[in-house]
Design a protein around this ligand. Structure first.
Ligand SMILES: [Fe+2]
Length: 209
């Protein structure tokens, strides 16, 4: 792989969040960097195998395994970027009344409160993964999904609008295992609702709505 095409880890200044400690964030940034490194390494490895222009029979098992791992590493990288991008210091605790997200949530779920209950409940599901609010690019409707690990349950072509990490590493330094609901509360208190509106606006422009 040409090194100029390699992904570079991004950085966020999020210190001072409420209920998500700097220590957690530091550890989490390092973990994210690991996904960037692995994504680059896998891509390079696959490119190396393709150098002779073919994947021969002996290479097939290794080629298959490397390719299967792409979904895990790529999504591990990208979902963490969405996650850190939708956090900010001094969160308002909820969207402003006329915001695009509040409107979309009400249109899709009847009210913002029902959307919130639905999303929080996805976050409380047992297992490690993500709670993600996606937008259907064709209808503009929002729906909440559970993504196991990083790659199982993503909806192809749908746009991630709010991404919440509920792997244990996201909260275990700050909360006991059974306190996941408290972490979810903290996550929503630190959510950057304006970032969600920007994602919706970008998605609308892209879809020509
Ligand atoms: Fe994470």
């Amino acid at each position: 792989m040409n090194t100029t095409q390699a992904y570079k880890p991004r950085q966020w200044n999020l210190s001072g969040l409420n209920g998500i400690s700097d220590k957690t964030l530091e550890m989490h940034f390092k973990l994210y960097e690991g996904y960037v490194t692995e994504t680059n390494r896998l891509t390079e490895h696959i490119a190396g195998m393709l150098k002779d222009g073919q994947v021969d029979q002996e290479e097939m098992p290794a080629y298959s395994e490397l390719t299967r791992r792409l979904g895990f590493e790529y999504n591990g990288m990208v979902l963490h970027e969405y996650y850190f991008d939708n956090l900010a210091r001094g969160g308002a605790g909820g969207p402003s009344k006329g915001s695009a997200f509040a409107r979309a949530a009400a249109e899709s779920f009847g009210s913002f409160e029902v959307w919130k209950t639905a999303f929080v409940s996805v976050g409380k599901m047992r297992g490690v993964g993500w709670a993600i609010c996606f937008q259907d690019p064709h209808t503009g409707k929002l729906s909440n999904h559970w993504v196991t690990l990083h790659e199982i349950g993503n909806v192809a072509g749908y746009v991630p609008i709010l991404v919440m990490d509920v792997w244990e590493h996201a909260f275990l330094l700050d909360y006991a295992l059974a306190q996941r609901p408290k972490y979810i509360e903290a996550f929503l208190a630190n959510t950057d609702w304006d970032a969600l509106d920007r994602r919706l606006a970008a998605a609308s422009a892209h879809a020509g709505r």
